[in-house]
Design a protein around this ligand. Structure first.
Ligand SMILES: [Zn+2]
Ligand SMILES: [Zn+2]
Length: 360
């Protein structure tokens, strides 16, 4: 069967088929590209990295071993030892698997957690304060809505992240993010597929708490407010997410680091040195980390070797090792009847801290 395309040109059946297939592939790739790999975000990342290169005269980038080094411009932006590392390749496959499995739970989670939370918040506010004040939306309210959403999300992210670090059974899942031996912008999406539903439920819950509060205040007229909200988040999250997993150190002035988490602060989160464990756990701000005593502002060029440490790194190198990791840890936990050393996390009551200072 022949058909015509938009320009009126007649296409043979095979050309038509190939073109359709290409469109499907392209649409799928575009729809599944993480927000932090958006061309706009990458350009901004490269632009800021170039500024750092110029200001610090070739210093400020890390090599695959987490050590700061002076290097030429191209290697500064795209170091060969990082982008050809097995860890960078495993990032891709872990992300692909997570994407394939995502539809299984994403729809059901967002269709249930979000409306339920929103309606519960609205119901509680009506019960507490009576009917909606039906406020008029203006820019100040929209800004406040963005800010409250951000703080809600950041707090829920902090709580989940903290729990994942401190509970051996959950650390077994989150360990896959920390088994990254090098950081690339795609490392942000490096997670075990079981972590996806946990993070998504947290996001759905936190946004609908803020959504419910403001729907009550505006008598449901919140759709306009979300327009600003989306671009505000896209920029902040996209940039924050890609740069914090980029190997170039981007420090903020100390006073700003106390409010917003600088990308360099996430480098320490990925370090296996004991002094860096369980620090900087929030997604965007430093507010919750500061409040709960987990904030760590690194010194300039502080050494941050990434990964889980030589002792167990060999068990978390390939795609299959990472995918099967939690199941292996849980099996060990069940067999020993408690949390084994292999799933041990610093700070848990039921573990003996590793003696070599390397993270399990
Ligand atoms: Zn973590
Ligand atoms: Zn990370």
């Amino acid at each position: 069967m022949a058909t015509t395309d938009e320009s009126g040109e007649i296409l043979g059946p095979f050309t038509d088929m190939v073109q359709r297939a290409t469109t499907v592939v392209w649409d799928t790739v575009a729809a599944n590209t993480p927000g932090d790999l958006h061309p706009r975000t990458i350009l901004l990342t490269l632009f800021i990295a170039t500024l750092i290169f110029l200001v610090r005269r070739g210093h400020g980038a890390r090599s695959a071993d987490g050590q700061e080094r002076k290097t030429g411009y191209l290697n500064f932006l795209l170091p060969k030892d990082i982008y050809t590392h097995i860890s960078a390749r495993v990032d891709i496959w872990l992300w692909v698997l997570e994407r394939i499995l995502r539809p299984l739970w994403a729809v059901s989670l967002f269709a249930t957690v979000a409306p339920f939370t929103e309606q519960s918040v609205i119901g509680s506010l009506q019960w507490l304060f009576g009917e909606t004040p039906a406020l008029q939306i203006n820019y100040a309210w929209m800004l406040l809505y963005s800010l409250v959403s951000l703080l809600c999300y950041d707090f829920v992210f902090y709580t989940i992240h903290y729990t994942m670090h401190k509970t051996p059974a959950l650390w077994a899942i989150h360990k896959v993010h920390h088994s990254a031996e090098v950081l690339t912008p795609l490392t942000r999406s490096r997670e075990h597929f079981l972590a996806g539903p946990i993070w998504a439920a947290g996001a759905a819950f936190s946004y609908s708490v803020a959504g419910g509060m403001f729907a009550y205040l505006f008598d449901g007229g919140i759709t306009q407010a979300t327009i600003l909200n989306i671009s505000f988040f896209a920029l902040l999250f996209g940039f924050n997410g890609s740069f914090r997993h980029y190997h170039v150190q981007f420090h903020y002035p100390r006073w700003l680091s106390k409010w917003l988490q600088s990308p360099a602060m996430h480098h320490t989160h990925h370090s296996y040195l004991q002094k860096h464990w369980d620090t900087n756990l929030a997604a965007v701000t430093s507010i919750w980390d500061r409040m709960f005593g987990t904030m760590y502002i690194p010194e300039k060029d502080e050494y941050t070797p990434w990964g889980i440490g030589p002792k167990t790194q060999a068990e978390y190198r390939t795609f299959w090792q990472n995918t099967s990791g939690p199941f292996r840890d849980w099996y060990k936990m069940l067999r020993s009847g408690s949390s084994p050393q292999a799933g041990a996390v610093p700070g848990s009551p039921d573990l003996v801290p590793p003696t070599d200072g390397f993270r399990n």
